[in-house]
Design a binder for this molecule. Structure first.
Ligand code: GTP
Ligand code: ZN
Length: 344
């Protein structure tokens, strides 16, 4: 038994509204771990291992499901959804985590600080529908931490930036507003910037003791990680391995939000597909000449757009290739069936 209410777990009207007649008797539970054939889920009366009703890839840590105590009968639409382009030949986007309210980008005040990388994360977070604060760690190691903070806040009106020493519990506690009861926070950022240090400060479970080894179906050892962790503040921290390898794909909306000034100007170009190069009536070139756009920021925008287009296109190309392949395989199976039937 726990003293957790559904609201503490992050349940809200947006989920309650999805219930249809007859589903009121089912228990809403929040997915804490996704295994091949089981989901560990948290509810108001404790946690349970549930049998999924869809394939494992359909679920993400943070999802809400309706359960009869044994199975996850239905998965509810998430309020926010963090996905990435799947690796290898998989057609679909891979779900990383769901229903995160805030994804803090962690970067340090020294070597790791990079505006282009920050913008990339911001675009991705905005397109997932989450709040994107920036946490600047190692403020204790530099003299001008506030200068980094100002640079980060200048990137977008969406950004609140904090400079702090992650090793100082009280300082790290400044993140608690984002992970109090009912709130879910995630941390992204490069290796070594202080994510684990912050995780340990915000939760009672230290990452070192949280890792458990288990056998997967192939008998290979994989280290799984407790992915949905209760914070000291009474909320949740989502920390999945997938968060560490985020890529920018299909983040068009997010790029638009982070670079809204440039996107607005680009919308005034005479041609829809203006490359902002030598086209007549290019509003971007005009704004650049008039000094209304920072040329470095423009370059970063163009690079992100290119990268996003590349990622998104290759995704749709992969899709059509897979479709063609699927047809070929189906055709082959049908021909095989025909042959077998003929042989009977
Ligand atoms: N002085 C100082 N050291 C810090 C701060 N944040 C992290 N560190 C140190 O930086 C090192 C890396 O911190 P981690 O928390 O392991 O970084 P991480 O982001 O989790 O790195 P990965 O686990 O590789 O993703 C550790 O030695 C921390 O003690 C800070 O704000 N100030
Ligand atoms: Zn143009």
């Amino acid at each position: 038994m726990t003293d957790t209410t559904l609201a503490d777990l992050g349940w809200s009207e947006a989920f309650a509204r999805q219930l249809t007649a007859g589903e009121e008797t089912l228990k809403p539970m929040r997915v804490a771990e996704v295994h091949r054939d089981r989901l560990r889920a948290l509810g108001s009366t404790g946690d349970a291992m549930l049998i999924p009703s869809e394939r494992a890839g359909a679920y993400a840590v943070g999802d809400w499901v309706l359960s009869d105590g044994t199975s996850a009968l239905r998965r509810l639409d998430p309020a926010t959804d963090l996905t990435r382009k799947a690796a290898g030949h998989t057609v679909e986007r891979q779900r990383i985590a769901a229903n995160i309210d805030t994804i803090a980008v962690v970067t340090s005040c020294n070597a790791d600080f990079n505006l282009a990388r920050l913008e990339r994360y911001l675009a991705l977070i905005a397109s997932a529908g989450c709040l994107p604060p920036v946490v600047l760690t190692k403020a204790d190691l530099v003299e001008d931490a506030d200068d980094y903070r100002r640079q980060a806040e200048k990137l977008s009106p969406l950004v609140t930036a904090l400079a702090l020493n992650a090793k100082d519990m009280e300082d790290a506690g400044r993140l608690t507003a984002w992970c109090g009861p009912g709130r879910t926070l995630a941390l992204v950022g490069s290796s070594g910037v202080g994510k684990t240090t912050l995780r340990n400060a915000l939760t009672e479970q230290t990452a070192a003791t949280a890792g458990i080894r288990e056998d997967d179906a192939k008998g290979r050892h994989t280290t799984t990680f407790r992915s949905l962790v209760r914070t000291r503040a009474g909320g949740w921290l989502i920390d999945t391995p997938g968060m560490r390898e985020l890529q920018l794909a299909d983040a068009q909306d997010g790029i638009g939000e982070v670079f809204d000034d440039i996107t607005e100007i680009a919308a005034q170009c005479r041609f829809n597909d203006c490359a902002h190069d030598t086209e007549p009536g290019c509003a971007i070139r005009a704004a650049l000449d008039a000094g209304h756009i920072d040329p470095d920021r423009l370059k970063r925008w163009q690079k992100l757009m290119l990268e996003d287009r590349y990622n998104s296109e290759s995704l749709s190309q992969t899709r059509s290739r897979q479709k063609a392949f699927g047809k070929m395989v189906k055709g082959g199976q049908a021909r095989g069936r025909q042959k077998r039937n003929q042989g009977r």
